[in-house]
Design a protein around this ligand. Structure first.
Ligand code: GRG
Length: 294
């Protein structure tokens, strides 16, 4: 990534951290353990990929970070809840997340479930509050919430759990990635287009970009689970194979997965080129994710 894009990445990340800090400072939930457990997973460690992408898309469309700040916050809260629940013994049973003990290791399983539930519900309250800003905000909120729910991320997670250790093929693996991973990224990049009332064609382009970026992101995540390093990733490695997770990597092996990653990367770049907006930063981010080590 060139210096300009790196600076922009840091600038957008810092903008999100500020918004998040102002939210966590204002949290006054009782009992204290609820607030602390929510805050524990929200602050520090995450790459903030989804908020950064949302802000970059808002700017691409001629808007400002502030226009979508609350949706970025809600999206990161939903993402964080999903990581807390995913780490539970009943799901992926991971002891580390974002470089520190996972939420249930720190607060116990019951509190971790509740921290996740609370983050999800508060995220919906934030989206609900945004709806008073008008029709385009209502459309954006509906889109974001749908992609996180039973026809989005939760469907993907349910399929991921179901197919673990069972015979399945590419269609099932793609269903998991589309829903578990890509739908949240589709939200990140398409919410600004909804907020600004963009036409269907533009919404379709952002959505398709988000989908392919999601597939690229997941395949690099799967490869890193096999080749990556605990220190850099901040989470356990090697578990997907151990737990017989269904993925492109498990189905096709490393070489073909690298080819698939190149394929999704190319589609993302092509879609960005088709957009009538300046997309240098998202192009750089796409290439960066293709070669990421964390
Ligand atoms: C429990 C409803 C429910 C859903 C869980 C997020 C998730 C779905 C599972 C986590 C495992 C996994 C591989 C998910 C795919 C998406 C993904 C790679 C999430 C990790 O996102 P990053 O790398 O995490 O952006 P940070 O910590 O940087 O925010």
């Amino acid at each position: 990534m060139d210096t300009n894009c790196k600076e922009k990445l840091e600038e957008l990340r810092a903008a999100f951290e500020e918004i998040l800090e102002s939210y966590t400072d204002s949290m006054c939930f009782k009992p204290d353990i609820l607030k602390e457990s929510m805050k524990y997973s929200l602050v520090q460690g995450g790459k903030r990929l989804r908020p950064v992408m949302m802000f970059a898309c808002a700017q691409m469309l001629g808007g400002k970070v502030q226009d979508v700040a609350q949706f970025a916050l809600a999206l990161e809260m939903i993402h964080t809840y999903s990581l807390i629940h995913d780490d539970l013994p009943a799901m992926d049973n991971d002891d580390f997340r974002r470089g520190k003990p996972s939420n249930h290791k720190q607060f116990g399983e019951g509190q971790a479930i509740l921290a996740g539930d609370a983050l999800l519900n508060e995220a919906y309250s934030i989206c609900f509050a945004e709806c008073s800003k008008g029709k385009t905000y209502r459309n954006a909120a509906a889109f974001l919430c749908k992609n996180a729910g039973a026809s989005g991320m939760i469907a993907g997670q349910a399929a991921d759990l179901y197919w673990q250790g069972r015979e399945a093929g590419k269609a099932e693996a793609d269903f998991i990635v589309l829903n578990k991973t890509a739908k949240m990224i589709i939200s990140a990049v398409t919410v600004p287009a909804y907020v600004y009332g963009a036409d269907e064609n533009i919404i379709g382009l952002f959505s398709e970009f988000g989908k392919n970026f999601g597939f690229l992101f997941q395949i690099t995540d799967d490869i890193l689970d096999e080749t990556g390093d605990f220190e850099k990733l901040g989470k356990s490695v090697g578990k997907d194979k151990e737990e017989k997770k269904l993925s492109a990597l498990a189905l096709f092996g490393r070489e073909k997965s690298e080819e698939l990653a190149d394929h999704y990367c190319d589609i993302c770049l092509k879609l960005l080129n088709e957009m009538p907006f300046e997309s240098e930063f998202l192009q750089a981010l796409t290439r960066y994710v293709r070669s990421r080590e964390a």
